[in-house]
Design a protein around this ligand. Structure first.
Ligand code: ISE
Length: 340
């Protein structure tokens, strides 16, 4: 079977997913695209040699009877409204992370989904499909390194856009660790605290107001202590680390394989710069699984709206801590039986 998809938002990740869905993933055909910037979606269609309808308004794309699945890759603040509109039209949804900018908006999405009586949405937390994180989870679950005690993670971007704000480091960037570590440890967050180390002089975004780097400390209900350094002007490349110390040993996330060169008394390997390349395989696996399941008449099996909500209550607490300078509790609604 082949499902017909429409993509809303043809920016950085939207155009990459357009290429992916049209040329890499089986069982899906892109029949419509939409971007608020006139001409942008058509330019991407031309670049990848794809023919599809180009809508100016996402409501029209959702209303198109041919569109069975809506892929949301619009700007973060638009995610929740588009997801609600698509679910109200009874369409399946793949929504890029974050599901919404805050927990209340995630609740709106969950309500719309529950009204349809079945799970219809997957959130694009692609790290759950990355071979390295999958292996880490296997090792932790097997008990090989004993109970996990503490984690040290780095989420470095080579650069960020000029509009990037201090809170974005949480709801757009740290949100990946928030989701993947909760899944990996099978644990929930209790409280969080954000620290601001010395600011890099290269952190000029948001008219110089961006605080970068940031250190986030998260405590889980099993007492695991997680330290994440988020640094979006790391300059040297895109660098993702995750070290887990357990009672019996340590597990480390592998860096992507790269040929090592020995020359001029130096031993060097490449470091990627673009986050889309770092997780290119994870995105492919994630989408193939999503469409395979829908084509078999099954519900999506990846991160649900509830996972999007859990991530949002945690990121809301981090943003609160950025403002208060204090440790903040992670609190939220009770899990509806629908998501069990
Ligand atoms: C971006 O949206 C991503 O999802 C990347 O994985 C992350 O590293 C980056 O900070 C975000 O802006």
């Amino acid at each position: 079977m082949t499902l017909k998809a429409g993509i809303v938002g043809i920016g950085f990740i939207g155009s990459d997913h357009l290429r992916r869905l049209a040329h890499v993933i089986a069982g899906v055909e892109v029949v419509a695209v939409c971007d608020i910037v006139p001409g942008k979606a058509q330019a991407a269609l031309d670049e990848f040699g794809i023919e599809a309808k180009d809508y100016a308004d996402y409501h029209d794309l959702i209303a198109d009877p041919e569109v069975e699945v809506v892929i949301i890759t619009a700007s973060n603040e638009a995610h929740a409204d588009i997801a609600v509109a698509a679910l109200e039209a009874n369409k399946y949804v793949f929504c890029e992370k974050p599901l919404a900018l805050n927990a209340d908006d995630c609740l709106r999405v969950m309500e719309a989904e529950q009204k349809n009586g079945k799970k219809m949405l997957q959130v694009g937390f692609m790290r759950r499909y990355d071979a390295g994180y999958v292996k880490l989870k296997e090792i932790v679950s097997s008990g090989e390194i004993g109970e996990p005690l503490m984690l040290h993670c780095r989420h470095y971007n080579a650069s960020c856009v000029p509009e990037y704000k201090t809170a974005q480091a949480i709801y757009e960037t740290l949100i990946h660790e928030i989701d993947v570590l909760h899944w990996l440890l099978d644990d929930d967050y209790e409280d969080v605290k954000v620290y601001f180390p010395r600011k890099s002089k290269y952190a000029t975004s948001d008219n110089g107001n961006l605080k970068d780097p940031q250190v986030i400390v998260m405590q889980t209900s099993k007492g695991v202590n997680i330290v994440v350094e988020v640094f979006v002007n790391a300059k040297y490349g895109y660098d993702i680390h995750c070290d887990i110390t357990g009672e019996l040993g340590m597990a480390e996330l592998p860096s992507p394989a790269s040929v090592a060169v020995r020359k001029d008394a130096k031993y060097s390997t490449d470091i990627l710069v673009d986050w889309k390349e770092r997780f290119i395989e994870a995105y492919d696996v994630e989408f193939q699984d999503f469409f395979d399941r829908l084509n078999k008449g099954e519900a999506p099996a990846g991160p649900t709206s509830w996972d999007g909500y859990l991530a949002a209550i945690t990121s809301d607490a981090c943003v609160k801590s950025q403002e208060s300078g204090k440790t903040e509790k992670v609190e939220g609604a009770k899990k509806p039986a629908f998501y069990n």
